[in-house]
Design a protein around this ligand. Structure first.
Ligand SMILES: [Cu+2]
Length: 340
């Protein structure tokens, strides 16, 4: 019935240490404040003037009282200091095996970057139960990076790096905020931290790595002139390659002979590879045999590059093929003679 959390949920290894210290400080503050008010009210009532001609009594000294109000607060302060140093040390010294992630704040977004070179905006992906170290800076003004559920916060300062680290203990999504007023859209400078368990995180990393390959593949797709035939805007010279992966395509010729009507093949990596290295091996239904597509052998595309081209074709969604204009990259002065 009562859902009134005082603190956000604890989702990192340091969260409970921070909360316990905060609760300790909060509790003696409440106790002392309460004590002061109890004394105040008691004295006001007990020592009130009962008769018109009553005069207050003067007291001097009170050794026990004086020692106790010097010693007790000193002890409280020292305990707070010792405890605070302990938690602070826990918060600032990242374990040596922490994963690095770089964070850049700017008006008004958080940009995250992983060792794989992959970048994101307003999202931070981290593994569960593994230490992660953030190196933070800003491109413009002061920001402050805050993940309440992890109890970690660090200023993003232009011209220098600040760091923080954490180890997430609860999978799922947590909020992240900018907690330093930084201009008009400060309140929209928010994002999420996604905590994956180990297997999911590995999967995510590989998917992103594929994305990196796909980016390289896109460049090759232009450089190798694939785009002059497989252009997005017209199907005149070659089939469009969008959303092809893991579909079945109808085949008109297989190894030089016409196929039975309705023959199709599954588009997997091997089919894509064969289509590029030996275009005439299988001909898409409706296209002539032999294929007008040149055979891209090792001298034209290395195996490494081929992986990237294939990753790119796998990533192609509807309407994403670049227009043919991009293909005209050949420098005019250096242009090789046309044809063979
Ligand atoms: Cu900000």
């Amino acid at each position: 019935m009562w859902d009134f959390p005082i603190f956000p949920k604890q989702a990192s290894t340091v969260a409970s240490s921070v909360d316990n210290l905060t609760l300790f400080i909060l509790s003696y503050n409440v106790l002392i404040t309460a004590g002061v008010f109890v004394c105040l009210i008691f004295c006001a009532v007990y020592f009130r003037q009962r008769h018109k001609d009553e005069v207050g009594e003067q007291t001097h000294g009170g050794l026990l009282l004086e020692i106790s109000w010097a010693v007790i607060p000193t002890i409280i302060c020292l305990v707070t200091f010792w405890w605070g140093v302990k938690v602070y040390a826990e918060l600032v010294v990242p374990p040596a095996d922490a994963t690095d992630v770089y964070v850049v704040g700017r008006q008004w977004m958080w940009k995250t970057q992983y060792p794989t070179g992959h970048k994101e905006i307003n999202t931070l992906h981290v593994p569960l139960g593994k230490p992660v170290k953030l190196t933070i800076t800003s491109e413009d003004v002061l920001h402050s990076f805050w993940i309440p559920a992890f109890r970690v916060k660090a200023d993003a300062v232009p011209g220098r790096y600040t760091t923080l680290w954490f180890e997430a203990t609860v999978p799922g999504e947590h909020r992240l905020f900018c907690t330093e007023y930084c201009g008009t859209e400060h309140s929209r400078m928010i994002g999420k931290v996604v905590v994956h368990d180990e297997a999911d995180y590995q999967k995510w990393l590989t998917e992103e790595a594929e994305f990196g390959d796909a980016l390289q593949g896109r460049k090759l797709f232009t450089k190798l002139q694939c785009v002059t035939c497989h252009a997005g805007e017209s199907q005149a010279k070659a089939p469009i390659l969008e959303e092809l992966y893991m579909k079945r395509v109808p085949i008109g010729f297989d190894k030089g002979s016409p196929t039975a009507p309705g023959t199709s093949v599954l588009v997997d990596e091997n089919y894509l590879r064969e289509s590029i290295r030996y275009p005439s091996a299988k001909i898409v239904a409706g296209w002539q045999h032999p294929s007008i597509m040149p055979a891209y052998d090792e001298s034209l595309v290395s195996e490494d590059d081929l992986f990237q081209v294939i990753a790119y074709i796998k990533s192609l969604r509807r309407g994403q093929t670049p227009p043919r204009i991009e293909a005209t990259t050949q420098p005019r002065a250096l242009g090789a003679p046309q044809g063979k």
